[in-house]
Design a binder for this molecule. Structure first.
Ligand SMILES: Cc1ncc(COP(=O)(O)O)c(C=O)c1O
Length: 532
């Protein structure tokens, strides 16, 4: 696919259809020939009128669908999800404790079918996958097995500016072993002035530092930039140096084809609420390479254990000694939630009608279309460094604000998401998008993440997004507001010296605790509750 570019496909079609690539008609024609077009109808699109921050005066009618491009944060609800959950509750109501082993998705076994479907999505054998807990908990559990520092090998590698939770996990694991992140954490850095990790730089770190490294924690798709790493190549290089490789698949699963067995990683963990649409707080997934659990594992395998990791055959004998389940299931601690598994099943049933490989064909075009439209509507004239309001170069009278796409241009190095940096401050742009019922998200210090998700987004969605952004950039009032910098510049500068800066650092005081939060409470938070 790398020899081909989406633009070449669009050019050929434009000629054939006698339409301009950037016309609404062209987007509609792409939708008409989209083999996945009908999948959209299996999901619930929020109505603009139900969303916070929408300017109701702009609505033509109450049923207008939101322009949802935020699957990198929280995927849309499958229409069958409510039915599945209701069935679980009905089963519980009708059978009480017998719902553990009888009826619809028996609670005690509720993870087994979804785990088999999940194994297909991550390119693993079912026995190498378990569904349990949530991502951060699972990273800790897996590291409690795989991060066993010795005097010589005590370091963990992670990318600089990793998602905060991953950073907290590795730093706290290091401290948990009585070590210090100052000595035992290696951060993979981008080169000055660049946004993306270079493979040769990662390989160099592995080569230089490898003998002291215990674990490399790699993102498959980096949450901020959308960069897809070549996990197979990096894993091979790391393992050659005796490093154990763990992969965070949060932004990769359901987004890009994953082949954990082929890549031969040691372990992996992911959440399911992004591209896999299992709902906020959905059940997490883990992969443990079968080499670690072969032959039923061992009761003394270094791991934190609980009764649900015990073999089903002896689980209810309530013995004092752990008898491990087969494969990754031995890592389970507690009994599974049938509600969470039923929610995940709703989405896996849809993904099972096709495959992430097949969807990749559409994703290549859909994200390529977004890239093409952005590049042609907002050609890059300025960089993020020239965007300070006091900077004379940053002057709208010179034309449209520009947009830099920091996600790799190579379709083989990205999934659905594009990360955008504007030549004007981010927050007011996001506010204007929200007023118009557009859902995407921003990440401080400077990125807007937009993900057209192939299973439910259309080419028309992409066209609408770019048209709305154009309208926003065009508006004179907005132009004035764009200069009311809201502290972003400070954040931008600060970030490069502070690896833990997250969204909330500038705004958290404005927002009450999640248990008491209401839409109006958080108005001052600029809609940035959308933080995953
Ligand atoms: C890369 C990454 N790691 C960790 C997390 C935290 O996930 P959870 O809250 O499910 O533990 C997220 C959430 O979005 C994420 O994107």
């Amino acid at each position: 696919m790398s020899n081909n570019k989406p633009m070449n496909v669009f050019r050929a079609k434009a000629k054939h259809w006698n339409l301009a690539v950037d016309s609404a008609e062209f987007a509609m024609r792409l939708d008409q020939e989209d083999p996945f077009g009908t999948y959209r109808h299996q999901f619930i699109f929020p109505k603009k009128s139900d969303l916070p921050y929408v300017d109701k005066k702009r609505l033509f009618d109450d049923n207008e669908e939101a322009l949802y491009l935020c699957g990198q944060s929280l995927g849309l609800e499958p229409k069958t999800c409510k039915k599945n959950v209701k069935e679980v509750l009905k089963n519980w109501g009708e059978k009480g404790v017998h719902s553990h082993f009888h009826g619809y998705m028996p609670a005690a076994l509720s993870d087994l079918v979804p785990k088999t479907l999940m194994a297909r999505i991550v390119g693993a054998k079912p026995n190498e996958v378990a569904l349990m807990n949530a991502l951060t908990v699972n990273l800790h559990l897996l590291l409690s097995t795989f991060y066993r520092p010795s005097q010589r090998r005590h370091k963990i590698i992670i990318e600089e500016h990793a998602f905060s939770s991953d950073m907290f996990v590795v730093k706290s694991q290091i401290r948990f072993h009585g070590l210090s992140p100052d000595n035992s954490l290696i951060m993979l850095k981008t080169r000055p002035g660049e946004h993306l990790l270079r493979e040769e730089d990662i390989l160099e770190v592995i080569e230089k530092e490898g003998d002291n490294v215990m674990v490399a924690m790699l993102p498959a798709v980096q949450y901020y930039t959308g960069q897809l790493l070549n996990v197979q190549r990096l894993t091979k290089a790391a393992q050659n140096k005796g490093i154990v490789v763990g992969v965070d698949l949060a932004h990769a699963v359901g987004n890009v084809p994953i082949y954990l067995d082929k890549w031969n990683v040691d372990f992996a963990a992911w959440c399911t609420y992004k591209y896999l649409c299992s709902g906020a707080g959905g059940i997490g997934g883990i992969y443990v390479n079968e080499q670690y659990t072969e032959n039923g594992g061992s009761a003394t395998f270094p791991m934190l254990q609980g009764w649900w990791g015990n073999s089903i055959k002896t689980k209810f004998l309530m013995k004092d000694d752990f008898d491990p389940s087969i494969g990754a299931d031995m890592f389970k601690l507690s009994n599974p939630s049938p509600v969470l598994n039923a929610m995940l099943m709703a989405s896996l049933d849809i993904y099972n009608q096709t495959s992430v490989e097949e969807l990749k064909e559409k994703q290549f075009l859909l994200t390529g279309y977004l890239e093409y439209m952005i590049k042609s509507y907002f050609p890059r004239k300025r960089t993020s460094k020239t965007r300070h309001p006091s900077n004379d170069n940053n002057n709208l009278s010179g034309g449209m604000p520009s947009v830099e796409i920091i996600t790799p241009a190579d379709p083989d190095q990205r999934g659905a998401q594009l990360s955008l940096i504007f030549s004007v401050p981010l927050t007011p742009v996001q506010e204007e998008l929200q007023k118009r019922g557009v859902v995407c998200d921003i990440r401080m210090p400077s990125v807007m993440r937009v993900a057209p998700v192939p299973i439910y987004n259309s080419f028309t969605d992409v066209h609408k997004f770019v048209s709305i952004l154009y309208e926003i950039f065009e508006g004179f009032d907005i132009e004035k507001r764009l200069y009311d910098n809201c502290g972003e510049e400070d954040l931008f500068t600060e970030w490069h010296g502070d690896d833990n800066l997250s969204m909330s650092s500038s705004n958290s005081s404005a927002c009450p605790s999640p248990t008491t939060v209401s839409d109006s409470d958080c108005d001052s938070f600029n809609g940035s509750l959308n933080v995953l």
